[in-house]
Ligand binder design. Structure first.
Ligand SMILES: Cc1cc2nc3c(=O)[nH]c(=O)nc-3n(C[C@H](O)[C@H](O)[C@H](O)COP(=O)(O)OP(=O)(O)OC[C@H]3O[C@@H](n4cnc5c(N)ncnc54)[C@H](O)[C@@H]3O)c2cc1C
Length: 278
């Protein structure tokens, strides 16, 4: 196995041209997935490109109403940055542990493409976009298009995430809920982000996203759109209907962390409960 440590981002992209390399950022998913016996080297199954030292990608910058998050900005940096959206800060406060948050990245959360990824859930709700570079081209895609299934992304061979773009919007109400086995270092059994903005008493923007209940994050813009323009009171009166609208998309699995029945019940309860809180 080759271990490649490029000195510049350009060099990293040139290496990626050569075939299918595994990109290692913070390594908090990759090291676990390739773990070996104690005191033996990590058992990588592919040649690995170590990008963690590329300072060029370690930035968070605000440009107007857009936050640009470099692929090597850690959660810790995001948590401390004044422009990081509050919903993302709430999520990061419950993500892994302080030590991991110093090295793990949002780009790695996307690249790992777990349906239970907490950062990805927030990115869906905030309409984030992903900028992908290869040695010869750049493209920008919505987060929904970046992840195609559990552990699967739409990245082409030779591409890597350079930056994540998060629109900065004000919400009057936000709720992030993570249901896990314990408060820290727990992968979500179910996760939820609800956000709403009002014009007076009228809802002008409603966002509801669920994690760990389908092959990718569940966010249904067509359902959200149906309820914009209603008052909070009207919305509450229709909470059961909203719950039923989401039910067909809530199709979790049984695994070592939880059962499908529990996940389904909790996910739909979280939606209904949030609607009642507005
Ligand atoms: C103890 C523990 C607790 C955890 N708790 C949580 C939790 O609460 N919530 C949660 O969501 N996750 C959790 N995780 C998972 C992990 O920490 C996150 O998914 C993290 O965001 C991964 O980032 P990383 O930089 O370490 O990724 P890495 O492990 O370096 O990479 C992960 C994947 O992304 C790809 N990748 C990385 N960077 C790029 C790039 N720039 N372009 C393209 N592909 C890229 C890699 O090739 C790999 O496939 C936990 C992990 C551990 C070990």
């Amino acid at each position: 196995m080759r271990h490649i440590i490029p000195k510049t981002y350009r060099e990293a992209l040139e290496h990626l041209k050569s075939g299918s390399l595994h990109i290692l950022a913070g390594g908090t998913d990759l090291m676990v997935q390739n773990r070996a016996w104690s005191e033996t080297p990590v058992a990588f199954k592919k040649d690995t490109l170590y990008v963690y030292n590329l300072e060029e990608l370690r930035y968070i910058e605000r440009e107007g109403d857009m936050l640009h998050v470099g692929a090597l900005a850690s959660y810790d940096m995001l948590e401390r940055h004044p422009d990081t959206p509050s919903a993302l800060k709430r999520c990061i406060a419950l993500l892994a542990s302080p030590g991991l948050r110093r090295v793990a990245t949002l780009a790695g959360n996307i690249g790992n493409a777990s349906p239970a990824a907490d950062g990805v859930l927030v990115l869906y709700a905030l309409d984030a976009r992903v900028v992908l570079d290869s040695a010869d081209a750049t493209r920008e895609i919505p987060i929904e298009e970046a992840i195609t299934g559990p552990g699967r992304t739409a990245f082409e061979d030779g591409e890597m995430i350079r930056e994540i773009r998060i629109p900065l919007e004000d919400f009057d109400s936000e709720r992030f809920k993570k249901v896990g086995g314990r408060k820290a270092d727990a992968i979500s059994k179910v996760s939820f982000l609800g956000a709403a903005a009002f014009d007076g008493d009228v809802i002008k923007d409603l966002r509801l996203a669920l994690g760990a209940v389908n092959t990718t994050v569940v966010r249904r813009r067509e359902i959200e759109a149906q309820y914009q323009g209603l008052t909070a009171a009207d919305l509450k009166a229709r909470s059961q209907e909203i719950r039923e609208a989401y039910a067909p998309y809530v199709r979790p699995i049984d695994d070592q962390r939880s059962t499908a029945t529990y996940r389904r019940q909790v996910a739909l309860n979280l939606i209904e409960d949030y609607i009642h809180s507005l």
